[in-house]
Design a binder for this molecule. Sequence first.
Ligand SMILES: Nc1ncnc2c1ncn2[C@@H]1O[C@H](COP(=O)(O)OP(=O)(O)OP(=O)(O)O)[C@@H](O)[C@H]1O
Length: 306
Amino acid sequence: MEQPSASGPGAGPSGAAAGLPGETVLSGQAGLRGQPGVSGQAGVPRPVGGSTAAVRTAEPVLRLTGLGWSVRGVPIVEDVSFTVGEGEFVAFIGPNGAGKTSLFNLISGIYPASHGTLELDGADITDLPVHARARRGIGRTFQTSSLWGGMTVAEHVRLAAQGAAGPAASYRFWRRADRYSAQVAETLERTDLGHRADTVANALSHGEKRKLELAVLLVAEPRLILLDEPMAGVSAEEVPALTELIRSVHRESGRTVLMVEHHMDVLLGLADRLAVMHHGTLLALDTPAAVMADPTVQQAYLGEAL
Ligand SMILES: Nc1ncnc2c1ncn2[C@@H]1O[C@H](COP(=O)(O)OP(=O)(O)OP(=O)(O)O)[C@@H](O)[C@H]1O
């Protein structure tokens, strides 16, 4: 499925998630429709929005109520309801085609909701377009790379900083180049890309490209970030550094993070809660330990250990 780009038309290569040695990778375990015991149970997530995981504020940052999206009458995401507290890290898993990316597209505004509502900080944003949601602090990355191959690392981040400042600030932006240079330099340091500032995107490794996508996202200072398979295409050697970067982005700034990821080893070390998508519905949402012990979830994965 082609994805719109956050920072320009996709120019970089994409790739499937690389399996790590000895790791459970859930991608490719599709084909669950019609499995005994699964049909009819999807759509009854347990428990949702009332997890035992720590939610740092009483008021949720994000609230989905019966959110759904259909294509020509075919439901892709159905009646999804949950809340996410400020500073929480929720990881989304599920077989290929379960609707994880579509749910992220609904939250970021790329797909319009067919039914249900979406609230950010208690305000209804269901009908707001993508750019308006971005201005309210929702940022996201995409499953496939969204970089301009011939542009340097620093140019990407500078352009993103300019975009975040808004069109009216363009003139000021160029006049106050020093301020933005400092902002770009700081963001590159935060994402461990300072030494690659003058390198074109095409010359970066997959892991560095993912870091650059994060830098492009972070320079806009979003408070809710959606990461769609940040490890896709990344070599096994680069996964630990990228995992630590995501951890620091979450912890140091107290951002709220939603992440789709197939590498269980990665997300188990990061997530406060695990959400399981299945046939477009939310099958379960709870602490990683509770989700992994859930018989319905295990059944949905054909009895394989999560
Ligand atoms: N724009 C679209 N038009 C038609 N069908 C779509 C569209 N977007 C997604 N779908 C379908 O919706 C279903 C869910 O797709 P989605 O990409 O959300 O799944 P996913 O859980 O993210 O899968 P993966 O893990 O493979 O990325 C798939 O059957 C897909 O083909």
